[in-house]
Write a protein that binds this ligand. Structure first.
Ligand SMILES: [Zn+2]
Length: 384
């Protein structure tokens, strides 16, 4: 009898692992899609000095980092194929049901279901902080298992060393950690230190809903920074954690600009002058971020740029470059952000061709394709 029960338990466990594995893969495959598989040749692509991107949510998915996939947007072999030098891996910890860019409350949470379906550790099912920290440690696990081909950057000294090492081996790749929404600090400003220690170097204050720190562009109230939010922003500045204004409400952006002095980023966005919607930056904010020596990452998906190809992204990049300078605009793909991007990471040569059509010269294209991110991080990451 005992043997039969043991056997049944084992069958049940194997069955649920297979079932949940299938479900998780299905989510990943159906949510992270592309508009085109067509990759154009860009003869001078390999000459780019530092291909980089400001925003990718790959850590949300149980995809094997070391396998080359036909679905999703990013894994190590595809990063290497794309000559990717530096990718920021961002952490999504809570997403309400039925998200839209106009108005969302915080009453539901699809990431809880995803954490469960992907059989992440049980503590990640219930705590946003544990859920986010688990994703942070996963990136370091990838680095440890990569035999030196992938590393995590968290200081200027590490970035300088990496740039030197990469001169001798352009198959090297690197990542940095960012948060998409500070709600995973669980309303406690002291948790900032834990995320800093876990390697997080930029924080987007809000995601799709208003939280205890600030109003979201897609929230119910869309208010500004709360008193706690102001304290958090000041502590981030003091620690050297970069503020990301992606998804922040108009009022929150104004408030951050008013109380801070350091450069900020907008990690993945579009601009209203080229694509007018609730998701995107106004001219006034583009100019204010430019004056602060900030960096604006333009997205590779339709809502950001009102088009489904590299040309649409290049038009928005042109708009920002003309307004505040070619040294303040970059790629903010939102790869693996449960969206349809123009192409996966191996499609980045399409961007080079589209930027040429926009009239950018090779030096300018080199900056836009990653040089600006490298230079911004060299200026703004904590020293060591
Ligand atoms: Zn986002």
């Amino acid at each position: 009898m005992k043997k039969i029960i043991h056997g049944l338990i084992i069958i049940l466990l194997i069955g649920s692992v297979v079932f949940f594995g299938f479900v998780a893969r299905h989510f990943d495959k159906s949510m992270n899609t592309v508009s085109t598989q067509q990759i154009v040749q860009a003869d001078d692509y390999h000459l780019l000095s530092f291909v980089a991107d400001l925003h990718c949510d790959m850590l949300l998915w149980n995809r094997n980092f070391f396998g080359m996939h036909k679905y999703g947007h990013v894994d190590l072999p595809r990063m290497q194929k794309a000559g990717m030098a530096f990718q920021v891996f961002t952490i999504v910890s809570k997403v309400p049901k039925g998200i839209n860019i106009e108005r969302n409350d915080d009453q539901s949470d699809q990431i809880q279901l995803l954490s469960f379906a992907q059989l992440r550790p049980p503590k990640t099912w219930f705590s946003l902080k544990d859920r986010a920290l688990q994703q942070c440690s996963q990136l370091y696990d990838f680095a440890r298992a990569s035999d030196g081909s992938f590393r995590v950057i968290s200081t200027r000294a590490e970035l300088e060393q990496y740039i030197r090492d990469r001169k001798n081996n352009n198959m090297l790749t690197a990542g940095m950690l960012g948060l998409e929404g500070a709600h995973c600090l669980e309303a406690n400003v002291d948790n900032l230190k834990d995320f800093y220690d876990a390697g997080v170097r930029y924080i987007g204050i809000t995601h799709f809903f208003d939280n205890e720190w600030a109003g979201s562009a897609h929230g119910v109230e869309k208010g500004g920074l709360t008193e706690a939010g102001k304290e958090l922003i000041m502590k981030m500045e003091a620690l050297g954690v970069i503020v990301d204004l992606a998804h922040a409400s108009q009022q929150s952006i104004d408030d951050v600009l008013r109380i801070t002095t350091r450069p900020m980023i907008v990690s993945h966005t579009g601009v209203r002058g080229a694509c007018d919607n609730q998701r995107n930056l106004s001219d006034r904010h583009i100019e204010a971020i430019g004056k602060r020596n900030g960096l604006i990452g333009i997205g590779l998906w339709e809502t950001a740029v009102c088009g489904t190809d590299a040309a649409a992204t290049a038009r928005s990049i042109r708009y920002v470059a003309d307004k505040i300078g070619v040294d303040k605009v970059a790629l903010g793909s939102d790869f693996d952000g449960a969206i349809r991007t123009h192409f996966d990471v191996t499609g980045l040569p399409n961007m080079v061709v589209a930027l040429k059509h926009e009239g950018f010269n090779p030096e300018e294209i080199d900056l836009i394709m990653g040089g600006n991110i490298r230079d911004f991080m060299l200026r703004n990451l904590p020293e060591d």
